[in-house]
Design a protein. Structure first.
Length: 186
């Protein structure tokens, strides 16, 4: 008998001073039986960093050809594709062909090796951003996991902090590949 996903609720307040985005989100996260608290909180962080009223969680680990999060326009076209972990290069190439913006939040012991192996194949995608989250950051995030969470994310001058009121996690993000911005001297 297959184990069912565990449902987590998160009230997430996002105060993004860099984008002038301030919004409260009532989120329901289904944690797949094989998913860790660490990965679930990285998904939640990815939501906070890219928050928008149209951003939604994908079907998760059980659906290999969908992102962890995505945003679609009113026609159903994918505008943002977000994956966490160490996605297959083949999947990211597909995502780059389907979405206007692709973002990866890589983490884990093998993140550096994954990037070394993927870098050359992914370099040509100007609209792809790849960020590495150090293990110290993701393990601290995992400590925030509760079945019912009230979290506040503040983003200012590219510095990110996530707190539940008792634990404060300063988010370290290492840019591995940033998107090329056309018409701005790049």
């Amino acid at each position: 008998m297959a184990r069912k996903s565990t449902v987590f609720k998160a009230d997430l307040q996002v105060n993004d001073l860099d984008r002038q985005y301030y919004c409260a989100h009532a989120l329901t996260l289904a944690r797949h039986p094989s998913e860790t608290d660490e990965r679930m909180l990285v998904r939640l962080l990815a939501f906070a960093l890219n928050s928008d009223a149209a951003l939604a969680f994908g079907n998760g680990l059980s659906t290999s050809d969908e992102p962890d999060l995505w945003q679609k326009d009113l026609t159903g076209r994918i505008t943002v594709w977000i994956d966490v972990g160490l996605p297959e290069t083949k999947l990211l190439k597909k995502a780059a062909g389907r979405a206007a913006r692709v973002v990866v939040y890589a983490y884990g012991r093998n993140a550096d090796r994954w990037w070394a192996d993927s870098k050359a194949e992914l370099a040509r995608f100007d609209h792809l951003a790849v960020w590495k989250l150090p293990e110290s950051t993701t393990s601290a995030l995992a400590a925030l996991a509760q079945r019912s969470m009230r979290l506040n994310c503040t983003i200012q001058d590219e510095a990110v902090a996530l707190t539940n009121g008792e634990i404060l996690v300063d988010i370290e993000r290492v840019p591995l590949k940033l998107p090329v911005r056309r018409g701005q001297g790049n």
